[in-house]
Ligand binder design. Structure first.
Ligand code: FES
Length: 157
């Protein structure tokens, strides 16, 4: 993976203002949907910025992660409008169906579960983002169907 870092940094530009773009691209190419220590170190070296700065960016943006994640990243909104509208219950639904707790990855490495702040779907609370897609008005049966569809798609690939 570290070999790809040079390629991506050169493609997007060796400039500090390209840092977020570079990190997103590198994470998209990671099997575990995250930025490893080695990748962060290499990016810092190539852009001539401190590792602390790269970690700071990677930890600030909810779409980036420095922890291994599943192939599909489930982010449950925990901002007030969603929280008030059964947001806590939604967490329990995902946890029950996947058999993991928030912050964990399923054994088959297919799904990881985490919180995020508002994803702009407050009118459809409670909401969650799975990869790039926003899902609103979530209840147990809708969550079950969404996860079943994602699993089916995986086995058909
Ligand atoms: S508060 Fe949950 S989507 Fe806005």
């Amino acid at each position: 993976m570290v070999g790809n870092v040079l390629e991506i940094v050169d493609k997007l530009g060796r400039k500090e203002d390209k840092l977020i773009e570079i990190l997103i691209e590198l994470q998209n190419q990671s099997v575990y949907n995250y930025l490893s220590k080695d990748v962060i170190k290499e990016v810092a070296k190539l852009l001539d910025v401190s590792e602390t700065k790269v970690y700071g960016i990677a930890n600030f943006y909810s779409m980036l992660s420095t922890q291994k994640r599943g192939k599909h990243v489930i982010q449950i909104c925990n901002s007030a409008p969603c929280y008030i509208k059964e947001g806590q219950h939604l967490v329990t639904i995902f946890e029950d169906i996947l058999g993991i707790k928030i912050g964990e990855v399923t054994e088959d490495e297919m799904f990881s579960l985490e919180y995020t702040s508002c994803i702009g779907a407050c009118d459809q609370a409670p909401a969650a983002r799975i990869d790039e897609m926003i899902y609103g008005e979530l209840d147990r049966s809708r969550v079950f169907n969404i996860l079943a569809t994602l699993r089916r798609e995986e086995t058909n690939e």
